[in-house]
Design a protein around this ligand. Structure first.
Ligand code: CTP
Length: 405
């Protein structure tokens, strides 16, 4: 993916052991298509060298406001004017305090102060010992920085270099990358709540065995990520899938269709958008044995009879809030043939304003897909692309339709 193509990012390093992760972060930003200009404080040079950062960013690193390489000798002006964002990672407790006070006695803080505040956002990935993190002074500084318009990316939790355990570790490079990519996405669902069902369900026969399907959950998780990137508060109700939860998304793990229905109904009570991507089992075994069904010597194989599962999408679409237009419901249809006709019929049967068709078996587990959006006006095709790219397009389509509703 090239989610940061065309973006120029100033990556600022301040003093902290997490500087070792900044090398990986720099690489990840470049790999995602960004150009990266590294600026380092003197304290950060105690932890990693400008040579490493120059090699990874493919640009000379700036460490001093007196750098004679700039014709006007004003790197604080030139570097900030050229950038789409300044990302401080790691940002030490000391550097936060300095930002709060508008300190300007070395290049990085000077550049942050001199940046055009309306057009060059400041993103901060703090890193420090847990006591320093929890200290009222740090928390006060964080609140002030947020009030001054900076975006605080949060911290990780766990073992720290000092041997203590708690909050304050710098986020991992891939988490920071995900946050930076999200930051640049248009906020078309800001303030909205979105609920997504994803993955298969598992319908138990006995404590060991059950019936499930090949859905990987990738499309649903991509939609959850895209909705979060668009500024929504997102919950994903997930059947058994082995996917990492997208940053900032609340995940509720369930197993059966009935569990998925109960979790979904609780989540959609306050939601604005519901997207049903889960491949819910249409039927479950009529009885679930409490004990493992044994292959007794010579006895005939057991017969399984089925009973119908609740239809989660249809149930939610019939709810009072959906009927009143407060909850916009989107269904998916995985078809093996006649996609357009089947998707149109399914949209009417489920009673939803928008139904997204795809060819089922060939997309399961894949990283890309191709979608057909069917609404009352007709059908629009979203050509083959990665599931995340399609998810972002779908989120934009949902936001547009909600705005018109
Ligand atoms: N769906 C659901 N609950 C079910 C079955 C389906 O919420 N018990 C949702 C899916 O998440 C999807 C849509 O309904 O958004 C269509 O699912 P699909 O399995 O294609 O539709 P079915 O109604 O099962 O139709 P059929 O199997 O006949 O194609």
């Amino acid at each position: 993916m090239n989610d940061l193509a065309g973006k120029h990012i100033v990556l600022g390093l301040t003093g902290g052991i997490a500087c070792y992760k900044s090398a990986e972060l720099c690489r990840a930003l470049v790999k995602e298509g960004a150009t990266v200009q590294v600026v380092m404080t003197a304290a950060s040079e105690q932890f990693i060298t400008p040579v490493t950062m120059q090699a990874l960013s493919n640009r000379p690193v700036y460490c001093s406001q007196w750098d004679p390489r700039e014709p006007n000798n004003m790197p604080h002006i030139n570097l900030s004017r050229q950038s789409d964002a300044i990302l401080i990672a790691p940002c030490s407790a000391d550097f936060m305090a300095r930002l709060v006070h508008g300190a300007a006695d070395e290049l990085l803080s000077l550049m942050c102060l001199a940046r055009p505040i309306a057009t060059v956002p400041l993103l901060i990935a703090p890193a420090m010992n847990r006591e320093m993190w929890a200290h009222p002074a740090t928390q006060r500084n964080m609140a002030q920085l947020a009030a001054d318009g900076a975006t605080l990316l949060g911290v990780g939790s766990g073992e720290q270099a000092c041997g203590e355990t708690g909050d304050g570790r710098m986020l991992e490079p891939e988490q920071i990358l995900e946050d930076v990519v999200a930051f640049f996405q248009p906020k078309v669902l800001a303030g909205r709540k979105v609920v997504v069902t994803a993955g298969p369900t598992f319908e138990a026969l006995d404590p060991i065995r059950g019936i499930t399907n090949h859905s990987s959950g990738k499309m649903g998780f991509a939609i959850a990520r895209a909705a979060h990137e668009a500024g929504a508060e997102v919950s994903v109700v997930a059947g058994p899938v082995s996917l990492p939860t997208p940053r900032g998304v609340r995940r509720i793990d369930v197993r059966s269709a009935r569990e998925m229905l109960a979790a979904t109904e609780a989540e959609v009570a306050q939601a604005d958008v519901f997207v049903a991507t889960a491949a819910v089992a249409d039927w479950r075994p009529a009885t679930e044995s409490g004990q493992k069904i044994k292959k007794e010597g010579g006895s005939p194989p057991p017969t399984v009879s089925f009973t119908e599962n609740p239809d989660i999408l249809a149930t939610v679409a019939r709810s009072a809030r959906a009927q009143a237009g407060a909850l916009f419901c989107v269904g998916f249809a995985a078809e093996s043939h006649d996609l357009a006709a089947n998707a149109k019929a399914k949209r009417e049967r489920k009673g939803v304003p928008l139904l997204v068709g795809n060819i089922g078996p060939s997309t399961f587990g894949q990283d890309d897909n191709q979608l057909l959006l069917v609404d009352a006006q007709g059908a629009v095709e979203l050509p083959r692309a990665s599931k995340l790219v399609l998810a972002r397009q779908l989120v934009a389509e949902i936001a547009r339709r909600r705005a018109q509703a």
